[in-house]
Write a protein that binds this ligand. Structure first.
Ligand code: C2O
Ligand code: CU
Ligand code: CU
Length: 556
């Protein structure tokens, strides 16, 4: 049993010691800098409740404490962009025939530039939110779907209380207030729900959107912009004969593998053709699928010119024949169609690969899907399939050459780590028909000894997907994601494939069975409770997720 090794961090200890924004039980802190009075009273009330109960504060008690807005409003926070966001039930016409019932985010700008929120007509995706590094963002989120939810800003470096931890879920009709400064480099980030056990179905239902950050460094490069800067969200879905979404069957084995749809949906639309000019493009690819891993390549054999990954631009462009894009990962591709005639057609395809163990079933697609789906749309089994088509439809402006240097990024120096000789180790395996991390599954407020990090530390974390050894057939690929931080990949061993983009700053890395990864991450400013987990959303929902706790007082 794992229980004896788990330190149960008590709710009250978060409040007193390290509540994510630098919370201290001293009145001048509370009244001046971090909290307004209402929020303070609310939190103090919760603390007392938790203390009296002698245990973990039930989430519902927090929401029931009088106000309908959870989260923290900082006194004097002057947002550059103030948005209202809602998750709600809606319909969208995706296929001929009946409209499809979906869940979606809708947003409205209350203050700031209206062009920073871009709705995608004919799509179920949430709007694209655009921000510049250094700007302050306020998001008033109201959950209007009939179950608990909360928004997580995937890849953004925000305080723990703004990160959308599942303990902050709000139920239907209730709100959560987000206020944070955009500290990330320019890049392609995204947002999606994060309630425990329901992230998979909520993302699948349509709740996801992009959060694009720009900065001066990026703007000085003259990269393709405007209509030549195109985000592409890759998702797979299954529809029934009445055009309604079909999620993974309740069968335990199907959930152990994760949801695999039988049809590609790009930017929330089926049969996607990207219509381009004979010019150069910046394509920002997000794998927003629940469990499907893509091995992307251009159908016409041209190499992929990679300019960015999860945390923004690489120092230099990198060229590859093909690349893995696992759930949660982003990659930015530069491509020039100016040497092709108008009318030229190609496609972004996904190539077959052997993911090992149980994953073999995984990537062959659809095998666990029951009957009743639109059979003619099955993604081909064990072979190439088209992810989206590309067609040159017009003559474009002359393309600029791609700069040889894109960004200043220091190469990671593992000697700077505080635990250089003793990496923190995380072992991925299956125990009792559950995916686990160091033998443990998620529990809302649990942090084990090896999951407590000192604020200010720079550490090496090692993840191994080398299984329990007992049943190698039961291993699977796991895309591992850290909340709150971008990290650098130092090394990958046991490599099965050469298709990884481990370059640049990352927040999600894929480990195929047998592989091990070392990453370097520094915990420099925000304390509090953050998550790390597998981004196969069914694995995550089943508990392949843990907390890590940064101990100390936030410095910003
Ligand atoms: Cu994109 Cu915790 O997730
Ligand atoms: Cu995340
Ligand atoms: Cu996993």
């Amino acid at each position: 049993m794992v229980a004896p090794f788990i330190v149960n961090i008590h709710w009250i200890s978060f409040l007193v010691e390290a509540y994510n924004g630098g919370f201290k039980m001293t009145s001048q802190h509370i009244d001046s800098k971090w909290f307004n009075r209402r929020q303070f009273l609310k939190m103090a009330g919760c603390g007392t409740l938790g203390l009296m109960a002698g245990g973990i504060m039930p989430v519902s008690a927090r929401s029931a404490s009088g106000s309908d807005t959870a989260g923290v409003s900082e006194v004097g926070f002057a947002p550059d962009l103030d948005i209202t966001m809602r998750s709600q039930a809606d319909t969208v016409t995706l296929l001929p025939g009946s409209a499809t019932h979906i869940w979606r985010y809708r947003a409205e700008v209350n203050k700031g530039d209206r062009n920073r929120v871009i709705n995608l007509p004919g799509s179920y995706l949430g709007p694209i939110i655009k921000a510049n590094r250094g700007e302050k963002i306020r998001i008033r989120f109201t959950n209007d779907i009939p179950e608990e939810s909360i928004i997580h800003w995937h890849g953004l470096h925000v305080p723990a209380i703004m990160d959308g931890h599942p303990r902050y879920v709000v139920s239907q009709g209730q709100s959560y207030l987000y206020e944070f400064e955009v500290k990330n480099r320019a890049g392609t980030y995204w947002y999606h729900p994060h309630p425990h056990g329901r992230t998979g179905p909520q993302v699948y239902g349509g709740l996801a959107g992009l959060f694009l950050v720009s900065d001066k460094e990026e703007q000085s490069l003259g990269l393709p912009d405007g209509e030549n800067d195109i985000p592409l969200v890759l998702q797979d879905r299954t529809f029934d004969r009445d055009n309604q979404l079909v999620y993974v069957s309740g069968h335990h084995m199907a959930r152990m593998i994760g949801f695999l749809g039988d049809m590609m949906i790009i930017n929330g639309q089926p049969d996607y053709t990207l219509s381009v000019a004979t010019s150069s493009y910046r394509l920002r690819l997000l794998n927003g699928s629940n469990a499907r891993i893509y091995r992307l390549a251009w159908q016409d054999g041209r190499p992929l010119t990679i300019i960015g990954s999860d945390g923004g631009l690489l120092d230099k462009p990198v060229t590859r024949e093909d690349l893995f894009l696992a759930p949660g990962e982003r990659v930015e591709i530069w491509t020039d169609f100016s040497d092709r005639p108008v009318g030229y057609e190609t496609a972004m395809v996904s190539l077959p690969f052997d993911p090992g163990g149980m994953g073999a079933g995984n990537q062959r697609g659809g095998m666990m899907m029951g009957g009743g789906s639109r059979a003619n749309h099955k993604l081909p089994i064990g072979s190439n399939f088209s992810v989206f088509k590309v067609k040159t439809t017009r003559t474009g402006k002359k393309s600029r050459p791609l700069p040889p240097t894109l960004a200043q990024i220091d190469s990671p120096n593992s000697n700077k780590a505080d635990n250089v000789n003793q990496p923190r180790r995380f072992h991925l395996s299956m125990g009792h028909m559950q995916w686990t991390i160091n033998g443990r599954v998620f529990q809302m407020d649990d942090v084990a000894d090896n999951e407590i990090v000192q604020l200010g530390a720079t550490e090496i974390w090692e993840f191994s997907n080398t299984g329990g050894g007992m049943m190698p057939m039961m291993d699977m690929p796991h895309p591992i994601h850290l909340h709150g931080k971008q990290f650098r990949v130092l090394a990958r061993s046991g490599v099965r494939h050469n298709s990884y983009v481990d370059d640049g700053w990352k927040d999600t890395v894929l480990l195929l069975p047998g592989e091990k990864i070392r990453m370097m991450v520094n915990f420099d400013d925000y304390s509090g409770l953050f998550l790390y987990h597998c981004h196969n959303l069914e694995h995550e929902d089943m508990g392949m997720m843990r907390n890590y706790y940064v101990r100390g007082e936030s410095t910003t």
